[in-house]
Every structure is written in C-alpha cells, then in structure tokens.
Design a protein around this ligand. Structure first.
Ligand SMILES: Cc1ncc(COP(=O)(O)O)c(C=O)c1O
Length: 308
C-alpha cells in the first residue's frame, strides 16, 4: 500500500511523516480509539472527485466518539470540509479511501475512558477493490461470535472491537474462504467481518435489524433505499437464522470497503444458482452509478472535492 503524503493531524494538514504518536499513547495500548471508513469516487467525465455521504459517515464517527466519552470539537460539516481540503492537498484524482481516527492522545498507564484528551487524525489513500471476488465470494459461518453490545458498543466503530473482526477474517481466509458470516450471541446472523449482510428468501429481501449487534452501516441504509425505491422490492429487517442463509436465493455483503459483493457459496453450499444473482447484479450497477454521481436523484449524496 502506498503511504499518504499528508495527514490532518493536531488541527492542521501536515506531511504524513510528521503525524506520529508515542508508544504509550492510550489508544495504542487499550484500543480506545474510534474510526471511520469513507470512499471517494472519481467521475472521469466531470473531472470531479465525490466523497460519498461524508455527513452520514461523520455523524456515526461523532456518535462513536460520544459512546467513548471522547470530546472532538468538530461538526459533521467541518469534518467534511477538512477532508475535502486533505484530498485536494493530496491531489487525488482517482478512487480513494478516507480514514478518520479519533484517539486518546494521553501517554499514560491506566485503563479508563474519563479524564483523557482526545485528538483527531485523517488520512486518504488511492483505493480500488477491497475484496477480490466481488461477483462471487465463497464464505463460511465463523466459529467466532460477533461482539455483544453489552461488551463493547456494537454500533460504534471502536478500534479495540476490530480484534473480533480480525479473528473472523483471518480464520476464514486461512481455511480457504473469502470471508465469513458471524453470528451474534443469540445464534442469529449478524454480519461479515467488516460488512453488513442481505439475503433474499422467497422474493423478499431480509437483513438483520440494528438490535442484532450489527454495525449500523451507511451502505446498508443506502442499499435499503435503492432496493425499495428503485428496484421496487420489499425489504424486511428481522432476525435471521443460520440455516436461512443456506436456503436463500441470493445473498450479498455491503459496506464502504466491500461495496456490494455477491456471496455465491456458503460452506460449500451454492446460494441460489451458485452464480451472481439478478437482484445483486442490478443493485451493483445502480450502486456504482449512484456513488459516482451519475444518478441525478442521488446527486446530493456525492460531495464534490474540486471547485468547478
Ligand atoms: C463491522 C462492520 N460492519 C459493517 C460495515 C459496513 O458499514 P459502512 O457501510 O458504513 O461502511 C463496516 C464497515 O465500516 C464494519 O466495519
């Protein structure tokens, strides 16, 4: 991965080499940070870079900060503006990934959330696909369970919680799968290691509700709207049993990183025909048009970086 040239760090844009923290930094030791993952999409015809739904992402970012008692003196709009400035400073003219990080900067020993000092860093890098098999991944059901909201807030994007995701992802890939589906403490389907999940059963699109220890994904919300309003499908949020995934007609992951990735096999069982299904194919095409700013109705979701 190419390193960024710049970072927003301690309130200003500096060369990336200057954006450093000490080894005693609280968040580095205890995982008490929060973060976001946002994509920028290049529109070649317009010569414009669009950040997709930055206000929604920064809203969740600030909610995660609030859960962690982390005071970050920025509004969603200020964060969107700073990010656009960073992308211009980086002179990014292609698809990219933006990573805001909120962290406790104190260099101390002591596990707690109170009486600490928060800081913010943002970086951006050129970025393409996050997974290799966007049109047909083979996944397994993880032997790990998704973190429970009474252990670490599941709806926050909290750094330490991603140890759970790392176990899920590594064990799946070492066993030869692309990804894993993780169940929650009740044995219901939660999501993937870093993506939400949808499946189609008897023509109805189903996804776990936000009370099932999922991350409240921005892409999940976008996809629910596209399926209902543009593809005319019924979308139901309800708990999903493990064996329902084996019987589904189509299934896909969605998330900022993974975008829309078809799941065509689970634990060696084909999903539907075992090929990219018609709804997932249509949704993928629509989603990529939306995020690049090519659908007038959804144009306001795309935040332009360059002045025209
Ligand atoms: C655990 C987890 N679930 C779901 C998602 C998808 O969320 P979003 O669509 O907001 O990127 C992510 C990615 O941020 C994630 O880390």
């Amino acid at each position: 991965m190419t390193l960024p040239n710049f970072a927003f760090f301690k309130g200003r844009i500096v060369p990336y080499s200057e954006a450093k923290v000490g080894v005693l930094t609280h968040t580095f030791n205890y995982g008490t940070g929060i973060f976001g993952g946002i994509r920028g999409y290049w529109n070649d015809a317009e010569g414009q870079l669009f950040i997709f739904k930055p206000h929604d992402h920064f809203h969740r970012f600030l909610e995660s900060a609030s859960l962690m008692l982390m005071e970050l003196p920025y509004t969603e709009d200020q964060l969107a503006k700073v990010t656009a400035e960073l992308l211009r400073t980086e002179k990014l003219r292609g698809d990219c990934y933006i990573r805001p990080i909120g962290y406790f900067a104190d260099e101390i020993i002591g596990v707690r959330l109170h009486s600490l000092h928060a800081d913010l860093a943002i970086i951006a890098i050129p970025f393409g696909q996050y997974v290799d098999n966007e049109e047909g991944s083979h996944v397994t059901v993880s032997s790990w369970r998704r973190i429970d909201d009474n252990m670490i807030p599941a709806r926050g994007k909290i750094a330490g919680a991603y140890v759970n995701s790392a176990f899920i992802k590594t064990d799946a890939q070492r066993a030869g799968f692309d990804e894993a589906i993780v169940l929650n403490q009740d044995g219901h389907v939660a999501e993937g290691s870093a993506e939400n999940l949808f499946l189609i059963r008897m023509g109805t699109v189903c996804t776990p509700p936000v009370t099932e220890n999922i991350l409240e994904g921005i892409t999940r919300r976008t996809v629910m709207g596209l399926l209902r309003d543009d593809l005319g499908l019924q979308v139901v949020e309800r708990p999903i049993d493990r064996t329902e995934i084996y019987l589904s007609e189509e299934m896909f992951f969605c998330g900022t990183g993974v975008q829309i990735a078809a799941i065509t096999k689970v634990d060696h069982r084909p999903i539907g025909t075992g090929q990219l299904g018609p709804v997932t194919a249509k949704l993928r095409k629509l989603y990529f048009d939306v995020v690049r700013g090519n659908v007038p109705k959804y144009r306001e979701c795309c935040y332009p970086v360059y002045q025209k």
